[in-house]
Write a protein that binds this ligand. Structure first.
Ligand code: 3HC
Length: 693
């Protein structure tokens, strides 16, 4: 075997040249890889002793795409286009041998091979859309030529990873190889191609499938319409669609030009910058500087959940979904039955939608053991307390747990606001106590705030992060403070919105601006959904706040058909004259002259306090890094992914500008006084994303 460069080898088996890439972790198309491929294809092409070429990768995967970390940097080495041209124009048949994932540029390289062989566990996809991009190396032009326009549209706009068998069925691969025998199978396939004198098949020349869709404008119109909600705000899906249209309507080379034009537009834009940042942020969030990856973990084989309400039931589903048995505790049989019934109904709904079978529903339900005796959880490895938010109640439960739980069990609380150090203080084992803040609905929402208290041990933190990953969450480690990270920042936005409202801007105008920014819903629509009466006590209500007044009128949100908004029978909201009347009364009483803030001001006054609160959180060490806050906001609060998150958004505006705008609103009070860290970074011309406490 001859080394072409540090990441590429070329060897010969009989009359077949085998090019092997080995560039961990994922064989991304870095400059080294491209150089290696260019050199290897040149050499193999010129070798008179061979008559076919196999391209295969070592390690866990085939090429998983372009090297994302190279985007935005000056180009180095051979271009991807040169490499692809060398493959496609090779005088000898080239066979791509795929295991792991052939993604993005990786699949685009494979599409330039004349044939493809894969193992059944391999997956192929064009996930660029998740990076705010489109496949920029011919993927949008070649894919529909193989799989047809409908499937190509689906693949490029969803970024789905298509399993090997399906790839075979749609013609994306030509043959499936036995697992673990890919190399031999690809070589045998190459020999067969030579023996049978099969043509050097170039995908670019195969026009049948794209021509079949030519003139079919309805196909694209209905695809756009069907996905309008999903794509809202994102630029990349539309650009991907336009490229597929180009594949249908233009000759290959013209289509390639259109792809290049749209790719360049996206790759230099802010959305893709935000989405690429998010890709790395989602991986960074798991890394905890003082809890290294090799920290010993506590095996979690069983879980006890205290509270079978909406939260407890949803949390239980996460664990049974991955086969971990749960003991679910409630104080009364009636509440327990109700909780179990809700879990079952959720599963049955999923079964009805075809997500799994009734047999799987029963398997999952069988993993839940309901009980009304708290002591029944004495031997579980992890407890999650999910009762209502009263410190006395939580303390009482943790005192009991401390008395009977087996030593070494993790004692988690799902509190969303209470001081976990105070909860831990009633136990003799505060090192085992941790916050596990799930978001509602807990079986659906991806975010988990793992809250580290003063004495939480590293093993408990490492285990909590690992278990979060296992149940499919994205977890961020945060510190104890009111509202932790997510709700603390949300409270800042809420204060800003309330202030705007009490100065004369109506809730629906505030919501509209936030929705247009890209949030799935605004502040008040969200309140109506959650219920205005969360924490509201009728007997204590004195009509002093807008919420009191609305709840007293039974305007408790969507569930009563009215809240800030009025709702029709399909839960469509309309602005409520009743709400508006009450707001105006409050304004009149306060002596303020009502003033409707312009949209730009609404947006700035809602977002600047969030950014400022984020800066305080960082300075206090309650989040590890700015990108963790952004991940929390994307995964738990609907911050538009294409804007990165509040901290990235601030970086993009420029922190000096952020400070300047805050000063502009100085009269609005404390939330508009720049936090010291923000002021300091702004003065130094730095960004949140470069800051490391
Ligand atoms: N470029 C640079 N680094 C990458 C990378 C890429 N394309 N893909 C993965 N990595 C890095 C990750 O950042 C991570 O680094 P870390 O260990 O330092 O945190 C490491 O590789 C391992 O990645 P994961 O933790 O994600 O490993 P998994 O095994 O869970 O997943 C994967 C593997 C499915 C390949 C996943 O990494 C992935 O989805 N990668 C991105 C694939 C992609 O988007 N490809 C398209 C790129 S854009 C493109 O090709 C443009 C072209 O059209 C011109």
């Amino acid at each position: 075997m001859a080394a072409i460069n540090a990441v590429t080898d070329l060897s010969t088996v009989g009359k077949v040249s085998v090019i092997t890439l080995n560039s961990p972790p994922v064989n991304a198309l870095s400059a080294d890889v491209r150089d290696g491929l260019a050199g290897a294809f040149k050499q193999a092409g010129a070798d008179p002793a061979t008559n076919a070429i196999v391209l295969i990768c070592d390690g866990r995967t085939f090429i998983a795409g372009a090297d994302i970390s190279e985007f935005g940097k000056p180009p180095r080495g051979a271009s991807l286009f040169e490499v692809q041209t060398a493959i496609e124009n090779s005088p000898k048949p080239v066979i791509g041998a795929i295991h792991g994932t052939a993604l993005g540029g990786g699949l685009e390289v494979a599409l330039c091979c004349h044939y493809r062989v894969a193992v059944p566990s391999a997956k192929c996809g064009l996930p660029e859309v998740h990076l705010g991009l489109l496949p920029g190396a011919g993927g949008t032009q070649r894919l529909p030529r193989i799989v047809g326009v409908e499937k190509a549209l689906e693949m490029v706009t969803s970024g789905q990873h298509v399993p090997g068998k399906q790839c075979l069925a749609m013609g994306l691969v030509d043959e499936l190889a036995e697992e673990g025998k890919l190399r031999e199978a690809a070589i045998a396939f190459a020999e067969k191609v030579v023996a049978e004198k099969r043509p050097l098949r170039k995908v670019r020349d195969s026009n049948e499938k794209v021509e079949a869709a030519r003139g079919n404008t309805e196909l694209f119109a209905s695809f756009r319409k069907a996905n309008a909600r999903k794509f809202r705000g994102f630029m990349a899906p539309e650009s991907n669609i336009k490229c597929i249209e180009a594949a249908v309507n233009l000759p290959f080379d013209e289509g390639m030009k259109e792809e290049r034009r749209l790719f360049t537009e996206l790759v230099t834009g802010t959305q893709s910058a935000a989405q690429r940042y998010s890709f790395f942020a989602e991986r960074e969030v798991w890394k905890i500087p003082d809890v290294p990856a090799d920290t010993p973990q506590i095996p979690v084989k069983t879980v006890g959940i205290i509270g079978a309400g909406t939260m407890g039931g949803g949390i239980a589903m996460n664990f049974v979904n991955v086969g971990i048995p749960v003991i679910l505790v409630e104080t009364t049989q009636e509440a327990l039955d109700r909780g179990i019934k809700v879990v079952r109904a959720n599963y049955e709904r999923s079964a009805k939608n075809g997500r799994f079978t009734m047999e799987q529903v029963e398997q999952r339900m069988a993993l839940i053991t309901p009980t009304t005796r708290l002591e029944d959880i004495a031997n579980v490895d992890l407890v999650i307390e999910a009762v209502f938010e009263r410190m006395e109640v939580k303390k009482e439960i943790f005192t009991k747990l401390d008395a009977f739980m087996k030593q070494g069990a993790i004692l988690g609380t799902n509190t969303s606001a209470l001081n976990i150090d105070e909860i831990a203080s009633v136990t003799k084992r505060p090192q085992d106590v941790i916050g596990l803040h799930f978001f509602s609905p807990a079986n659906v929402m991806r975010l988990l705030e793992v809250v580290r208290a003063d004495h939480t041990s590293k093993a408990v933190i490492a285990t909590s992060m690992a278990i979060a990953k296992k149940i499919g969450k994205i977890a961020a480690l945060v510190g104890v403070c009111p509202g932790f990270v997510g709700n603390r920042i949300l409270a800042a936005r809420r204060r800003a919105a309330e202030q705007l409202m009490m100065q004369g801007t109506m809730p629906w105008d505030i919501d509209r601006v936030l929705y247009d920014f890209g949030f799935p819903m605004g502040v008040y629509a969200m309140s109506d959904l959650a219920g205005l009466d969360l924490g509201w006590v009728k007997a204590e209500s004195k009509g002093l706040t807008l919420r009191d007044r609305l709840c007293e009128l039974d305007r408790r949100g969507q569930k009563t058909g009215k809240g800030y908004y009025d709702y029709d029978e399909n839960r469509n909201p309309t602005p409520s004259p009743v709400t508006e009347g009450i707001i105006k009364e409050f304004i009149a009483k306060s002596g303020n002259t009502p003033r409707v803030a312009p949209d730009e001001e609404i947006l700035e006054r809602c977002l600047l306090p969030m950014i400022n609160e984020g800066a305080k959180i960082l300075a206090e060490g309650k989040a590890i890094r700015a990108s963790d806050i952004d991940i929390i906001y994307q995964a738990g609060y609907g911050f538009p992914v294409y804007r990165g998150g509040p901290m990235f958004y601030a970086d993009q505006i420029g922190l000096a500008k952020v400070v300047e705008r805050m000063k502009h609103y100085a009269a609005q009070g404390a939330d508009f006084v720049p936090a010291p860290l923000l002021a300091e970074l702004a003065a130094a011309g730095k960004r949140f994303q470069d800051w490391r406490g």
